[in-house]
Design a protein around this ligand. Structure first.
Ligand SMILES: *Cc1c(COP(=O)(O)O)cnc(C)c1O
Length: 524
């Protein structure tokens, strides 16, 4: 018997190779992407692309409608500790499991959440960045990628109207908001000379910090406040107008009452495109008040960011350039694959509050010695970080900023058309206007009481989801449940959306008829 480590030089067996579907240990030589496997890599990626292309071309509805137990069974059936099947078979098996039951955001009957179909150029770039696997943390790991991301950040800051702004790509709006509020917190925790408060003074100030925002702002704002160690009631709800937009008079009153209570306004968070109604807070008057109070204005434009490149709706963001920090989700209204987001700041120096130095990565410079490197890790809450900027870069080169802007206008136009359609509907009641692309409505024909209409909301959503034929969302508006469409598919037509609404209508009628039947049976 040979020991496992000895080499039998007399019978040098040929190196094991991939044998299609014959299971067996995978030769280590073929596991990783490198020069010798480059051709194989190309074959595999072509196969993956061919397979997906066929599936995408054949998609008939946004979701298969498979039940949760059915999907759980499929997932559990894979033995993750079983004999490996080799790369090609593993990819086939994985695609067979994942793709048939994925939710397809490009399907015109997908109208639930803030997910978009993705730009072809971005998907191509995604393949590129995955294979090259750059991490944009220190310059010595990413070189040209660092410069490309930095250029793109400056491009985006320029679109906001920051003359010498800066920023960093993040994993999403949640992280962008967290970092913005972190920067605002660190600014608020300084003394009159700009030195960091420490010890007791810091704790005392921390307990007094307040974040002023409306109840319609994204939940990540309130959660960031908690994560940043703020008081349980640090988030002050500012009053809104009838459409849910921040009311400047109410903000003025909140600023005064916060100061009167001896508390400190750490930040005012305005939303440019609320997640539910798609409404933009009045940025100019809000900025006026923030300037007067010396308050940090953060604009959460995770949803509305795409308006920056719209030719017809850019005016909705007038005043955004007066913010001190801005969140933009490119994976929403710039049609980028998840994830792609940025935090932008008006004043470069503000981002320094994120910097930590580590000897092994970005050692602190001696005082007075300029840092020769551009280490983006200095500006990020992440260390290892995807080169997501590449996707937006390729998209801008492929279709141009104005091209993206046209897609944004298309989804806003679509929503406007649906709003107009619903205005006269006697069953599907339009509940709120939008600046962007959401539709909030409820099935409530005359004579159907509120309780029954409210109960139908989750039931209708469920019926559609279980059928897989159309996906809509539900939320709560003024204390009552309602259905919600988020329209982010520029290729969807008013007819496509009408078809979704007809499914809603027939599901509601079906449910009502079923309940009727049931109550008749109970009465019998
Ligand atoms: C989607 C959204 C977020 C959160 O962004 P993620 O990318 O999902 O983390 C924050 N704010 C608003 C207004 C949003 O619509």
């Amino acid at each position: 018997m040979l020991s496992p480590l000895s080499v039998d030089s007399t019978t040098t067996a040929p190196r094991p190779r991939f044998l299609g579907s014959v299971p067996g240990p995978t030769p280590t030589g073929d596991v990783l992407l490198r020069g010798a496997t480059a051709a194989r890599y190309a074959d595999l990626v072509h196969d993956v692309a061919d397979d997906l292309a066929a599936r995408i071309a054949a998609v008939e509805q946004p979701f298969s409608g498979a039940s949760r137990p059915e999907l759980q069974g499929l997932v559990d059936a894979v033995d993750l500790d079983g004999l490996p099947v080799g790369t090609a078979d593993a990819l086939r098996e994985t695609s067979d499991l994942f793709a048939p039951h994925a939710v397809w955001f490009h399907h015109p009957a997908y109208a639930a959440h803030l997910n978009c179909p993705v730009a072809l150029a971005a998907v191509g770039a995604e393949a590129m960045l995955a294979a090259i696997n750059t991490s944009v943390d220190t310059y010595d790991q990413s070189t040209v990628a660092t410069l490309m991301e930095q250029r793109l950040v400056e491009w985006a800051a320029g679109r906001v109207g920051f003359a010498s702004g800066d920023g960093v790509f993040t994993s999403g709006g949640t992280q962008s908001n967290l970092q913005a509020l972190h920067l605002a917190r660190e600014r608020a925790l300084t003394d009159a000379h700009g030195a960091r408060l420490r010890g007791h003074a810091r704790q005392e100030r921390l307990a007094r910090l307040r974040v002023l925002t409306t109840a319609s702002s994204h939940f990540s704002v309130a959660r960031a406040a908690l994560l940043l160690g703020l008081d349980d009631d640090a988030v002050v709800a500012v009053g809104v107008d009838t459409d849910g937009r921040m009311d400047p008079e109410a903000l003025a009153a909140s600023l005064v009452s916060t100061a009167r209570a001896g508390d400190v306004v750490m930040a005012v968070v305005a939303t440019a495109g609320t997640t539910d109604r798609g409404c933009v807070d009045p940025l100019e008057p809000v900025a006026d008040l923030c300037d007067a109070a010396g308050a940090w204005l953060h604009v959460d434009a995770a949803y509305g960011g795409g308006l920056l490149v719209s030719s017809r709706r850019r005016h909705l963001l007038a005043g955004i350039e007066r913010a001190r920090s801005v969140t933009i989700d490119f994976h929403k209204t710039f049609f980028q694959p998840v994830s792609s987001s940025a935090l932008l700041v008006r004043d470069r120096a503000d981002l320094a509050r994120t910097t930590w130095n580590a000897d092994y990565l970005n050692p602190a410079q001696e005082a007075g010695v300029p840092n020769p490197d551009l280490n983006l890790v200095d500006k990020s809450l992440q260390t290892t970080r995807r080169f997501d900027a590449l996707k937006l870069w390729a998209t801008l080169r492929a279709v141009g900023a104005a091209g993206i802007g046209e897609l944004v206008d298309a989804v806003c136009d679509l929503a406007a058309a649906v709003h107009a359609d619903l205005a006269a509907d006697e069953e599907l009641r339009l509940l709120a206007p939008t600046d962007l692309s959401t539709v909030l409505f409820r099935f409530q024909p005359d004579g159907l009481d509120d309780a029954r209409a409210d109960a139908l909301v989750p039931q209708v959503r469920r019926v559609l989801f279980d059928s897989g034929r159309a996906l809509v969302a539900k939320t709560v508006l003024d204390g009552r449940p309602c259905l919600k469409l988020t329209l982010l598919n520029p290729d969807a037509t008013p007819g496509d959306v009408r078809a979704v609404l007809e499914l809603v209508r027939s599901a509601a009628h079906g449910l009502l008829a079923g309940q009727e039947l049931l109550s008749q049976e109970v009465a019998r």
